[in-house]
Design a binder for this molecule. Structure first.
Ligand code: GCU
Length: 715
């Protein structure tokens, strides 16, 4: 008996001694971990019960379920569901289910269909937390907002918050193929188990929906923009409908990428010409069929006449002709078309950065009200740094949807730490100068345009079947940041990082982790493409340096096309004397950036071809400055791993090791980027290395010889 008691005492002592955060975690829980809190923190939660009066819808049940899951995790027992008020209750109220309670919030109506208010107050002598909204989905968003506040250490006893999304459509674009591979996916295979659908609905879809709802993401395009005709056949519509059923309670609508030539490829029409009546009729019937299966179907995303995809130009019709024909088929069902502006054609010998603007600007005002033009953040392709796309602010009569890439095709895949909050923020806060007094990209998006005033933001998802969902722990933060910025494009990247870090890692480590995140993207820019260089990555897979490549089928696939380095200088001249792309920006910006001295140094070689001897603001010449940036990038990558190492006592062993291993790999690859790039640019400039600079470890030939035929995520 003594021995048994002793053993029990030891067990209890060990259990008490091991802090909750030290328990192994594999990242599956994302930022919704709800780990046990100490007693003081439990008391601060003050969540004795959940009050909901009336019959709960599936959406309200999702809210209640999440609050219970969290309180169970945090305090050991789930807050019970009650109907009468009590001290410490979390009360969910809409004007429909509890008008008197909802009336506690002044001007609730102004928060619209998706907004919510959180408020601590005393009611009938009871201390409560009121979560009020106009609709059930608002209650779900409000519940997640309370969980976020609780999880990131906000003062819950002073809560008084109201929030409504600034954009209507907040959509993930999955580049997921029907065979479950994912284009530019680095997190395993697609989470959509198409083969097993529609019968088998993986439970993971619910966790996916919870994570998205926690951020306010309200749409998901399930399949790759490089789409296949089959996705619009009956068996696949049934599969998509099954996914839609799971996502619906969480406020998420399903969309599909449509291949423009679908009716022709399915041999159901003789052409795909958008102006042919049989084609328009086919799409109308198809839309009707889809809406019978998915009544709240969101609409189509279309990549047309881009990188070999079919489109209206195959029939000498315009993008507007194509988009409007599809829009007409969807309009009776209130569906929309997201028509991508990512176009460039090999036949045109003009600067690739110009082409989307050249094709779309003349079409401004000619799109149907339910068409949005989806524009990438920059004019080339999701580079570590690009100036904002000149279409923002220039299409005054067409609603534009932002397209960010959450998956890191050009920023080191899921193996490098690069928090994208600062990249997204940089674009959103860019002032287009298309209006007197300023007009940022975020404001352009928020205002919308066109008769229906549609607004939205899309993010190319980084989600897969990996246990971490995103391929690494830190890549989850990019999903998180996208969602938060889609809700509020003016939110701060640092604040979002802090919020994420506090919920994802022990709060004590949140500040240091936030600092690491905030420096990480600039580190990547420095060791890959400093000073406005771009598209120097390896052929096809886009991992690793390959600035020397000059032999690909079309000029604008080659890195040499983008840097134009030779004996005399480096950079792409986009001024009036060069490609003229600068003229696509507002006159004030075009003027400022046409002079290298008033161009921000970080965009210098994007807009200018300059001699290696060009004097930088730092006093160094361009060559010395370039090498210094590569060196800075390497030391920043080194700094990241050193900072992480110091956090060891605070982080659970499994996640600590996972991150450490990746940061070591990142450092190694930063060195590789630096050495290969310096070796290459030295070979073309013919200049000696600046004084005190380390020579590349290997010869240029050795870097050139490296091949990666099995890199993940290829298109
Ligand atoms: C990039 C990417 C492709 C993708 C394309 C797109 O070019 O490498 O994989 O299909 O963008 O956005 O359509």
């Amino acid at each position: 008996m003594k021995r048994i008691l002793g053993a029990i005492a030891l067990l209890v002592a060990t259990a008490l001694a091991v802090p909750a955060w030290a328990v192994e975690e594999d990242g599956y829980q994302l930022w919704m971990r709800y780990r046990p809190l100490d007693r003081a923190a439990q008391a601060r939660l003050d969540a004795s019960a959940i009050i909901y009066q009336g019959a709960a819808s599936p959406t309200v049940n999702a809210a209640i379920g999440e609050l219970q899951r969290a309180t169970k995790g945090w305090a050991g027992h789930a807050a019970p569901l009650r109907s009468g008020l009590q001290d410490g209750a979390i009360v969910l109220a809409t004007p429909a289910n509890a008008p008197q309670l909802a009336a506690q919030i002044d001007g609730l109506k102004t928060l619209g269909a998706e907004g919510y208010a959180l408020k601590r107050l005393k009611l009938q002598g009871r201390r409560i937390t009121l979560i009020a909204a106009n609709t059930d989905i608002g209650l779900l968003y409000g519940s997640f907002a309370w969980l976020r506040a609780a999880g990131s250490g906000a003062a819950l006893d002073k809560l008084d918050e109201r929030s409504a999304p600034k954009l209507q459509l907040r959509v993930l674009n999955h580049w997921d193929n029907l065979d479950r591979t994912v284009e530019r996916g680095y997190a395993g295979e697609s989470i959509w188990d198409w083969w097993a659908l529609p019968e088998v609905r993986d439970r993971r879809y619910i966790d996916y929906a919870r994570a998205n709802a926690s951020l306010g993401i309200n749409g998901a395009v399930l399949n790759n923009v490089n789409s296949k005709a089959e996705i619009l056949t009956a068996p696949w519509i049934a599969k998509a409908a099954a996914v839609a059923d799971v996502l619906r309670p969480y406020g998420i609508r399903v969309y599909l990428s449509a291949r423009f030539s679908t009716p022709l490829e399915l041999k159901e029409t003789a052409t795909a010409d958008p102006l042919a009546p049989e084609v328009a009729a086919w799409w109308r019937r198809k839309a009707d069929e889809i809406y019978r299966a998915i009544p709240d179907f969101g609409g189509f995303l279309v990549k047309a006449n881009s990188e070999g995809q079919p489109g209206p130009q195959d029939y000498h019709r315009s993008h507007a002709d194509g988009a409007n024909m599809l829009a007409q088929a969807l309009a009776p069902h209130k569906g929309i078309v997201m028509w991508r502006a990512f176009v460039y054609a090999a036949e045109k010998p003009v600067d690739r950065a110009r082409q989307a603007y050249d094709e779309f600007k003349p079409l401004d005002g000619s799109f149907a009200p339910n068409v949005m033009v989806q524009v990438k953040n920059g004019a080339i392709d999701f580079q570590p740094r690009e100036p904002f796309h000149p279409l923002f602010g220039a299409m005054k009569h067409t609603p534009l949807m932002m397209e960010f890439q959450i998956t890191k095709e050009y920023l080191g895949f899921a193996t490098h730490l690069a928090y994208l909050g600062p990249l997204f923020q940089e674009t959103l806060r860019s002032d287009t100068r298309q209006r007197e007094g300023g007009w940022t990209v975020a404001q352009v998006l928020e205002e919308g345009a066109g008769p229906a005033g549609l607004t939205g933001m899309a993010g190319v998802a980084n989600i897969g079947s990996s246990r971490t969902w995103s391929g690494s722990h830190f890549d989850q933060a990019n999903w998180y940041a996208f969602g938060r910025l889609a809700w509020n494009p003016q939110a701060s990247a640092r604040h979002i990082a802090q919020e994420w870090a506090a919920q994802t890692f022990p709060p004590a480590a949140a500040k240091d982790i936030t600092d690491m995140m905030m420096m990480s993207r600039e580190a990547v820019v420095n060791y890959m493409t400093p000073l406005g260089l771009h598209h120097l990555m390896g052929t096809g897979h886009h991992h690793g340096p390959a600035p020397w490549v000059d032999d690909l089928g079309r000029p604008d696939w080659n890195p040499v096309y983008y840097h134009k380095a030779d004996r005399k200088g480096v950079g792409f001249d986009r001024t009036a004397g060069g490609s003229g792309a600068l003229a696509q920006y507002a006159p004030e910006l075009a003027r400022r950036w046409s002079d290298p001295r008033s161009t921000p140094p970080e965009l210098l070689l994007w807009f200018h071809h300059l001699p290696w001897t060009y004097a930088m603001p730092s006093g160094r010449d361009l060559w010395t400055e370039l090498v210094a940036h590569y060196d800075l990038g390497v030391s920043q990558a080194d700094e990241l791993r050193k900072r992480w190492a110091k956090l060891r006592p605070m982080i659970d062993a499994e996640r600590f090791e996972d991150v450490s291993t990746l940061l070591d790999k990142q450092y190694k690859e930063a060195l590789w980027w630096r050495d290969a790039s310096v070796a290459y640019f030295q070979s073309v400039s013919g200049l000696p290395l600046p004084a005190g600079v380390r020579a590349p470890e290997r010869s240029l030939e050795e870097y050139k010889r490296q091949r990666f035929p099995f890199a993940p995520g290829r298109g």
